[in-house]
Design a protein around this ligand. Structure first.
Ligand SMILES: [Zn+2]
Length: 161
C-alpha cells in the first residue's frame, strides 16, 4: 500500500469535520484501520508542522494552513474523479484512483485537466465527441459525427428517433 501523506490525513480530517464529527484519534484510527498510537504520532507531527491544533482530549481541528491544503486536495480529487468519469470510468473506481493520483500529479497537469473538465461540462447535455469516444472504446470503430444529418451518425442517430 502507498504510504499515506500529510495530504491524506489533512483531507480525511477535513471530510470528518465537515460531517460535523469531532475528530479524535479513534475515528481516524478506525477510518484508516491503523492503531491509535500511530495516529497520536501523526497528530503530533501534523501539529508540529502547523496543519492542525491538537488537544489530547478535545480532538483536532485544522489550522488555516491545514484547511488550505485540504481544500486544494479535495478540489484535485473532484477534478480527477470527473475526468475519469468523462472517460467512462465507473464512479467507484474513479474515486479510488483519484485518491491516489491527487498526491503525485503535477500542478501543470492538474491545470490542464481542470480546464478539460470545465470544457467538457460547458455543454449540459454532454459533448458529442465524448459520446463518440465512448463508442470508439466499446466498438473500436472511429466515426465522425455528421452535424448536418445526425440520423446518419451511428452514435447519435438512434437517439434522434
Ligand atoms: Zn454523433
Amino acid at each position: 500500500m502507498r504510504k499515506k501523506t500529510i495530504e491524506d490525513y489533512v483531507e480525511l480530517i477535513y471530510i470528518l469535520q465537515n460531517k460535523d464529527e469531532k475528530v479524535h484519534t479513534n475515528n481516524i484510527a478506525s477510518a484508516l484501520d491503523i492503531n491509535p498510537a500511530s495516529v497520536t504520532e501523526i497528530f503530533q507531527k501534523l501539529s508540529d508542522e502547523g496543519y492542525i491544533d491538537y488537544e489530547k482530549y478535545s480532538g483536532v481541528t485544522l489550522t488555516q494552513k491545514g484547511k488550505k491544503i485540504a481544500i486544494s486536495t479535495k478540489k484535485k480529487h473532484d477534478t480527477l474523479k470527473n475526468f475519469l468519469t468523462i472517460l467512462g470510468m465507473d464512479e467507484k473506481i474513479a474515486n479510488v484512483d483519484a485518491c491516489k493520483i491527487e498526491h503525485v500529479v503535477n500542478s501543470e497537469t492538474m491545470e490542464r485537466l481542470t480546464k478539460f473538465v470545465e470544457f467538457v461540462h460547458q455543454k449540459k447535455e454532454g459533448s458529442k465527441w465524448v459520446d463518440h469516444f465512448k463508442y470508439f472504446y466499446e466498438t473500436g470503430e472511429y466515426v465522425e459525427c455528421n452535424p448536418l444529418n445526425e440520423k446518419k451518425c451511428p452514435v447519435h442517430g438512434s437517439k434522434q428517433q
